[in-house]
Write a protein that binds this ligand. Structure first.
Ligand SMILES: NC(=O)C1=CN([C@@H]2O[C@H](COP(=O)(O)OP(=O)(O)OC[C@H]3O[C@@H](n4cnc5c(N)ncnc54)[C@H](OP(=O)(O)O)[C@@H]3O)[C@@H](O)[C@H]2O)C=CC1
Ligand SMILES: Nc1nc(=O)c2c([nH]1)NC[C@@H]1CN(c3ccc(C(=O)N[C@@H](CCC(=O)O)C(=O)O)cc3)C=[N+]21
Ligand SMILES: [Mg+2]
Length: 297
């Protein structure tokens, strides 16, 4: 049996179309477009690609995109001053500071400076606390995108055994919180986990967010399990100087065992940007006082 391939790119395209379809009504009521500000510090090539894609898709959704590019030697105070300026700007509904930041800058200090009501990444401690206590708030885009794909495939997730590999603040931990909120039995694995293959073999749902190319092997997967591969790893490709993207899961092996699996590229990655636009639309409604039908998208 070969796994079904979960087409995150198509799902994300539908989600972006739904967001775009709601923008004209918002514009009519609020007298302005939703606005997303993206701040990039330094010249990391991968980050530049993501920021360019975000800008393009924000415009395509009918929203305003404000790009702020700062040099790699920017001070923490200067970055926080920009964040304060964006907090106060009524045309900005969402603020995203691209991570990772250069080493002279304390990430948590910058995230703490973002107005929680504009924190469309869901990284501010207030939104982290809201997620873990079941209050409404902004949920990190990548994990929320993963849950959307899982619910589309499985419907109700109640009672499923889920294993999340990775415990970062931006993927693993919020992923575990969301699965818990969906009534999964959640195990969070990490670099100190003993017998990782055995732990993964128990899971009906496997979410891999590790950053190690093709680490999760086919014989770690319970037959029929759903595999969500968050990993984005650039590795040498066919031919000199060529590179390709692979996930944290050995796709060729896992596809023979899993019930369904996300590919890399074309799986979770495109969902992240679509959810970012969705969160920005929600933020715009809240900040402008325009009612947003709960669960509209
Ligand atoms: N598709 C998307 O939109 C996004 C993709 N990503 C990708 O997801 C991956 C993870 O990102 P991120 O969470 O930021 O990464 P981090 O490096 O912040 O976290 C990696 C986690 O994996 C764990 N880990 C490392 N090695 C092992 C191992 N051998 N066995 C088990 N666990 C291990 C670490 O454990 P410990 O805590 O013990 O060190 C850590 O918790 C990356 O490939 C990244 O590029 C990230 C964000 C968005
Ligand atoms: N504040 C902040 N928020 C983030 O959400 C954030 C961040 N910082 N820093 C970096 C990570 C990574 N990330 C991705 C977004 C889209 C794709 C994506 O679209 N991937 C495509 C391929 C893209 C390519 O070809 O390189 C795909 O998987 O099909 C991947 C990764 C968001 N991140
Ligand atoms: Mg990190």
């Amino acid at each position: 049996m070969t796994a079904q391939i979960i087409d995150g790119k198509a799902f994300a395209g539908d989600l972006r179309a739904k967001v775009a379809a709601m923008v004209p009504a918002f514009r009519a009521k609020a007298g302005r477009a939703p606005g997303l500000a993206v701040v990039l510090v330094g010249e990391d090539p991968a980050s530049q690609v993501y920021v360019r894609n975000k800008h393009k898709m924000t415009i395509e959704a009918g929203m305003e995109s404000f790009e702020h590019r700062l040099p790699a030697d920017t001070s923490q105070d200067a970055l926080i001053a920009l964040v304060h300026q964006l907090n106060a700007d009524p045309s900005v509904d969402g603020i995203l500071v691209q991570l990772p930041l250069p080493r002279q800058i304390d990430e948590s200090a910058v995230l703490a400076a973002i107005d929680p009501d504009k924190d469309v990444d869901g990284f501010h401690v207030v939104n982290v606390g809201r997620l873990s206590t079941g209050m409404a708030g902004y949920v990190p885009c990548t994990p929320l995108g993963c849950v959307m794909l899982l619910k589309d495939r499985l419907g109700d997730l109640s009672g499923k055994d889920a294993v999340v590999i990775g415990r970062s603040n931006i993927v693993g931990k919020p992923m575990a919180q969301l699965l818990l909120a969906e009534n999964c039995t959640v195990t969070v694995a990490h670099s100190r986990t003993a017998n990782l293959p055995e732990v993964v073999r128990r899971a009906d749902i496997v979410v891999a967010a590790v950053g190690r190319p093709e680490m999760v092997k086919g014989d770690w997967i319970k037959p029929g399990a759903i595999v969500i591969d968050v990993g984005i790893n650039r590795v040498p490709g066919a031919g000199p100087g060529k590179t390709k993207l692979v996930g944290d899961v050995d796709f060729a092996e896992a596809v023979e065992v899993a019930g369904a699996i996300t590919p890399v590229p074309g799986g979770v990655g495109p969902m992240t940007i679509a959810v970012l636009l969705r969160n920005t639309l929600v933020a715009a409604h809240r900040l402008a006082g325009v009612p947003y039908e709960k669960g509209a998208i």
